[in-house]
Design a protein around this ligand. Structure first.
Ligand code: THU
Length: 160
């Protein structure tokens, strides 16, 4: 038996000014849209902003439901909407910010497993790595490619 190691690469910044203007703008969009979250149960508001290859920006927020599992995370709301409106346009970048207890969270919150799977589908579909920016007040993380968050992944390859 052989031990196999998977490595992921990411970049970390401590201030938003370390990002380029395009990324700063996208993070700010994810922060601005937070007010539209519907999170009466968890009070955890999440905003996602997606930059498409054609320059359009699509935003989404988490939408909860009294039947808890029927709600949806901000990332999937935004990604499904982007793919619905622009089915042939690849995604360049997604920025995510969460807000809790009257402030942006200190450490960035990475997307849940289901969102990773959905984001990976878009990355695979357009054969183009999606940059992910996770905003936290103390730390900003940048990951080049969703596949890094799901090293052992299920894709359409298995269905061919
Ligand atoms: N949530 C997101 O919108 N994105 C994530 O990456 C993690 C969690 C939402 C789901 C739920 O409305 C609330 O945050 C608490 O889990």
């Amino acid at each position: 038996m052989q031990k196999v190691e998977y490595k992921i690469n990411l970049f970390e910044a401590t201030s938003i000014e370390e990002l380029d203007n395009e990324d700063i703008n996208l993070v700010e969009k994810s922060q601005k849209v937070l007010k539209n979250a519907y999170a009466p149960y968890s009070k955890f508001r999440v905003g996602a902003a997606i930059l498409l290859d054609n320059g359009k920006i699509i935003t989404g927020t988490n939408q909860e439901n009294s039947a808890y599992p029927s709600g949806l995370c901000a990332e999937r709301v935004a990604m499904f909407y982007a793919n619905s409106q622009y089915p042939n346009v690849p995604v360049k970048t997604i920025a995510i910010t969460a807000f809790f207890n009257n402030d942006y969270i200190a450490k960035p919150a990475p997307p849940c497993g289901s969102c990773r799977q959905v984001l990976l589908e878009t990355e695979t579909r357009f054969k183009k790595p999606i940059k992910m920016i996770l905003f936290g007040k103390e730390k900003i993380q940048i990951i080049e490619g969703i596949h890094q968050l799901l090293p052992l992944n299920f894709t359409d390859d298995f269905l061919k």
